[in-house]
Write a protein that binds this ligand. Structure first.
Ligand SMILES: Cc1ncc(COP(=O)(O)O)c(C=O)c1O
Length: 363
């Protein structure tokens, strides 16, 4: 994994630190030793390029993706690792392909159960029963787990059967729903001899009782902290994505003058402004507001005014900088979490969008 962008001449560029990705996987293991790690590489590995991320995460035990097409692309690329599709199959054509390619499916609703039991598969698939313990997104009622498990376990169409659930608020360690969900999960799985999975990144790091046999980290692999009050560095995580560009102009702006589209920023004093060659066309968030941090020459500078398609303006007052200087939008020097927080969003979104401007799922 290294720098890949459409042209070596492109100024706004995303590079990926392959070693950081494997270091973060080791960090998962240090939090959840003895567990199998299912690395979540959906949404093009959170913008990092799914196929390359899969190669770099060769030490993971399993991979999870959201959609069948992602699993098919992984198999087409030669990936032989156990794969789980979190949304499961939605028709018999997909089910047959899961069987053909040895892809496991989440079973989160009745139609999938019926279809899997009714079909005659040449090769059985592993099934992960997803139980809704309180998030109220995908998943069957806890009351139905026994019946699903019994039927799937007795079907010739299924190999191994697992039970899983997903936390709604694991990033908020004190949230009472965490324990309610865990209790609900334990209640329906305690009497069943089955391998279980519940923990996303936040739960890997803060809810050890939810580790069970398989943990399912996503965001921590990419070096971002799921917690608003704890930095990735404090958690021992390293940034994988480095998003950089360069200064293409530096000029004075007088007090009272406005900057950019909509004239949303008006200089209070005389300032020195820099223009950076990166905008929403490069995956930088358009809704980033004034004072979003941008890193130039060891200094944190403020974004000024609206983000344009291919440029942003920043405050370089008092900063020693020249045209052509490197600018870090996020990465080692400036965490994506700090930028996300200033933009009132989450790192997941910024990483996915920046990656989408560079990496295709089907390289
Ligand atoms: C079912 C499921 N498990 C695990 C994860 C990984 O979560 P995180 O990236 O917060 O670790 C996700 C991500 O949204 C998910 O949907």
């Amino acid at each position: 994994m290294n720098e890949r962008c459409s042209s070596p001449w492109r100024r706004a560029r995303v590079t990926l630190n392959a070693n950081a990705l494997s270091d973060n996987l080791n960090r998962v293991r240090s939090f959840a030793s003895g567990c199998q790690v299912m690395a979540v590489i959906k949404a093009n590995a959170y913008g990092h390029g799914m196929l390359q991320a899969a190669e770099q995460l060769a030490q993971a035990d399993l991979f999870a993706v959201a959609m069948p097409e992602e699993a098919f692309a992984l198999r087409a690329s030669g990936c032989t690792k156990p794969l789980l599709v979190l949304h499961g199959f939605s028709n018999t054509a997909e089910l047959e392909k899961f069987s053909e390619l040895n892809i496991a499916s989440v079973i989160h609703q009745h139609q999938q159960l019926k279809s899997l039991l009714a079909h005659r598969l040449s090769v059985p698939i592993d099934a992960w029963i997803k139980v809704d313990t309180g998030m109220h997104r995908l998943g069957i009622s806890p009351d139905d787990v026994d019946a699903y498990f019994g039927q799937l376990r007795n079907s010739a169409n299924t190999g191994k059967v697992y039970i899983m659930s997903h936390f709604a608020n694991a990033d908020d360690t004190d949230n009472s729903l965490n324990n309610i969900q865990l209790e609900s999960f334990l209640k329906v799985t305690n009497d069943i001899d089955v391998d279980c999975s519940m923990a996303n990144s936040a739960a890997v790091m803060r809810l050890p009782k939810s580790h069970f046999e398989v943990v399912r980290p996503g965001i921590m692999l990419y070096g971002s902290s799921p917690f608003s009050a704890v930095t990735a560095a404090e958690l021992g995580l390293r940034a994988v994505m480095q998003f950089e560009s360069e200064l293409i102009d530096i000029k004075p702006v007088k007090a009272g003058e406005a900057i950019g589209y909509g004239s949303t920023y008006v200089a209070e004093n005389d300032i020195m402004m820099g223009v950076v060659a990166a905008g929403y066309g490069d995956g930088y968030p358009r809704h980033a507001g004034n004072a979003t941090p941008v890193w130039v020459n060891d200094r944190c500078c403020d974004l000024l005014g609206r983000v344009s398609m291919d440029s942003i303006c920043i405050d370089l007052t008092g900063v020693a900088a020249s045209i052509g200087d490197r600018v870090v939008l996020w990465g080692d020097e400036l965490s994506v979490d700090a930028v996300a927080s200033a933009c009132d969003t989450i790192a997941y979104e910024l990483l996915c969008n920046a990656g989408a401007a560079y990496f295709s799922c089907r390289e």
